[in-house]
Design a protein around this ligand. Structure first.
Ligand code: SF4
Length: 694
């Protein structure tokens, strides 16, 4: 009997930020099965249905297999030489006529560290601009901002292992069993073995059933919840005075601020019963070791970065940081969203989050790359779209992102893409965004490349190529380095391993990283020159100039949107277990049979008031757009709120999301959108209207 597979490659999952290690088995150039690596540090022999089964996309007939060029409004197949020549001609022209800052690029948080390194180098050294960003802008940029300001490094303070070492945990604004399923399973197991779990979310997430307490705040009131928890911790004498005294600054201002956030006052703002808030504070404060996990329900708000700082406050005032079981663990979304930012695919920082305006840092990069580099921070993603609409940004190079589906204020994004003189997309499928491209480059999936991803616990892990890219598609690394060469900047990097050597040489946190040292378990940065890594940060000092963590005295402020007479319900958006992000990959697998369409979750009381029955088609209208979607009646959602995801282009949920964004990072406020919901009698329209509300 023939072997069922002829090649097994150890790799890392291409979906979420848990970073499960996988064994990909291939036969005759196709992946035939995927199994968990038994020694995977984050997954310990487990995967979810995405990592294990959602790989058929890699040989979908819809894969891009040849470059495409737009001519007379139509896309046609082209050779790599033609596509490259067109890109070089257009980008060179725009740079000559309008300067390098008229061009912008987006790196992909689904691509490897080495790919993202090549992308930011292409934009900085070959084009000459800091207009480079990645999708962390629309997810965890507030987390990065908060961790850097409060503690020092932009990363989790511990590891997933801390879940098992904790006596208690708070999970706020995250739904791990759907968004990060293997981490969710580890939390479930820990709860079954005694972890005292407090969940905080407007929806009754599945993990609430495993916890000891669930708090359901009104959307947009997280800050008040956290200030109230801090109030009770102070009132009950649960502040770690010695730790605060020895290792932090700024607590006095916080103590003054939280005096006003009594449980009764917080109940008024959040709707959480005062007794429940008090109980939650006691569970966290009295635990020997306790961790805090959070997701986009914290960050995707007008004051998301401030709320993330308030989470740091809780850990600092109780001294619950820097020890096994006491960790701050942001659940990162895309599988390499940590890494793409670590690599400097950001408009204001080089790798390791060092400012582009820092003369010493900029000179080091100039010396290594042999070109002058701009000291001016570039545009963030929303600014890029604004500049395109205003006519100041003329070209974009979008690598592995479907901004026309995933980014907020879709109508504005589409206007921006249409306004560009020239758009290059590098992707594995045609998407909502590639519809506006002048050149589309066929790229590779995670199963077809080598390099590294960095998961949510800062673990840098190797990715192996299980199969070749289909047709004439190339690896992202090959495409980006070749394009840079064609644009006149030869990076001198033949393979991803060369890029990692350069990353290590230019990035202090990666100083000791080599592929050999990464081995099967990976390493958690910062990695010292001798290869010692850091599963737990801040055991002795915080990464601040004074070595101390910094409290932030930030009051509760109202969200950017709120229900009113015209838009009486609040929409929250999120993810579902079976699909991932724009669904570009998972909708091309058997997962589509498990979940073939999107729906809107509606509480039974609201459904009865609106005359909506389970399965009815409804119109959802916000201040900026309208969609149609089928309703599902469930008491997992609180009255007054509705929930949907954005995995399906047929339901362009982000048409509903406006321009409100985090005050410090421009991360969109996806989680609080006032909407009006009504039953619809007729069949759904094929394409949702891009028109404004009304
Ligand atoms: Fe992949 Fe995340 Fe599922 Fe692990 S939990 S298999 S990383 S999608």
């Amino acid at each position: 009997m023939a072997e069922r597979f002829d090649r097994t490659t150890t790799t890392t999952c291409g979906y979420c930020g848990v970073g499960c290690r996988l064994e990909a088995r291939a036969r005759e150039g196709r992946v035939v099965s995927i199994a968990p690596a038994l020694d995977g540090p984050a997954n310990r022999g487990h995967t979810c249905l995405k990592g294990r089964f959602a790989h058929q996309f890699s040989r979908s007939r819809e894969r891009l297999t040849t470059p495409l060029i737009r001519e007379d409004g139509q896309l046609r197949s082209a050779s790599w030489e033609e596509a490259t020549a067109r890109i070089v001609e257009e980008l060179t022209r725009i740079r000559r006529e309008r300067g390098p800052d008229a061009i912008a690029g987006l790196a992909s948080s689904r691509a490897t560290n080495e790919d993202c390194w090549a992308m930011q180098r292409l934009m900085r050294a070959a084009i000459g601009t800091n207009n480079i960003d990645n999708c962390s802008r629309v997810c965890h940029s507030p987390t990065s901002y908060a961790l850097r300001r409060s503690l020092g490094y932009s990363g989790a303070t511990g590891s997933f292992d801390d879940i098992e070492h904790a006596d208690a945990a708070i999970i706020i604004g995250a739904n791990p069993t759907e968004g990060h399923p293997v981490a969710g399973a580890r939390i479930k197991q820990a709860a079954l073995h005694g972890l005292r779990l407090v969940t905080i979310d407007p929806r009754r997430i599945e993990l609430a059933d495993y916890g000891v307490l669930h708090l359901a705040p009104r959307p947009g009131t997280n800050a008040a919840v956290l200030l109230g928890l801090a109030h009770v911790l102070e009132r009950e004498g649960l502040v770690a005075r010695d730790f605060v005294e020895a290792r932090t600054t700024g607590f006095d201002a916080v103590r003054e601020l939280i005096a006003a956030y009594s449980p009764q006052a917080v109940q008024e703002i959040t709707g959480i019963p005062a007794a429940d808030l008090e109980a939650a504070a006691m569970i966290y404060g009295q635990a020997g070791e306790a961790s805090i996990l959070w997701g986009l329900g914290v960050t995707e708000h007008k004051f998301g970065s401030e709320v993330a700082q308030l989470l740091c406050n809780l850990a600092l005032m109780t001294g619950k940081v820097g020890r096994p079981g006491s960790a701050l663990l942001p659940l990162r979304g895309q599988n390499n969203v940590q890494g793409s930012s670590d690599m400097g695919a950001l408009p204001d920082t080089y790798s390791g989050y060092r400012p582009v305006a820092d003369e010493t840092v900029a000179r080091a990069f100039e010396q290594a790359w042999g070109v002058p580099l701009s000291r001016t921070p570039g545009m963030k993603i929303p600014q890029m779209f604004d500049a395109a609409v205003a006519g100041d940004l003329k070209a974009m190079f979008i690598f592995g992102e479907d901004v026309a589906q995933t980014d907020p204020n879709t109508t504005h994004v589409v206007r921006a893409l249409e306004a560009l003189d020239f758009l290059v997309c590098q992707d594995i499928f045609e998407t909502e965004t590639t519809a506006y491209a002048d050149v589309i480059l066929p790229a590779s999936s995670f199963l077809e490349k080598t390099g590294t991803f960095t998961n949510a616990e800062r673990r840098i892990q190797l990715v192996g190529a299980a199969i070749e890219p289909p047709g004439e598609a190339r690896t992202d690394f090959d495409i980006l380095t070749a394009l840079s060469r064609a644009l006149g900047h030869d990076m001198g990097l033949e393979a991803p391993a060369d890029a990692m050597r350069e990353i290590a040489a230019l990035t202090p946190e990666f100083a000791g990283v080599t592929y050999e040292r990464l081995g099967r378990r990976g390493l958690q940065w910062p990695v010292a020159p001798d290869g010692t890594d850091a599963p737990i940060l801040y055991g002795e000092r915080f990464e601040q100039p004074d070595g101390r963590a910094h409290f932030a005295a930030l009051p509760y402020k109202e969200p950017g949107d709120a229900a009113d007479d015209e838009f009486p319900l609040v929409l929250i958006t999120g993810r579902r277990l079976e699909h991932y992000n724009a669904g570009t990959m998972t909708r091309r697998t058997a997962n589509l049979e498990l979940l073939p369409a999107e729906w809107l979750e509606l509480h039974p009381d609201d459904a009865a008031r609106l005359w909506v029955a389970d399965g009815d088609l409804v119109s959802v209208r916000s201040r900026v757009g309208r969609i149609e979607v089928h309703a599902r009646i469930t008491d997992r959602i609180e009255p007054g709120h509705v929930f949907t995801a954005f995995h399906f282009p047929e339901v362009r949920t982000n048409l509903l999301v406006g321009a409100s964004a985090d005050v410090n990072t421009s991360c969109p406020e996806y989680k609080v959108v006032a909407v009006d919901v009504r039953p619809v009698q007729e069949a759904p329209s094929a394409t949702p209207a891009l028109a404004s509300a009304g």
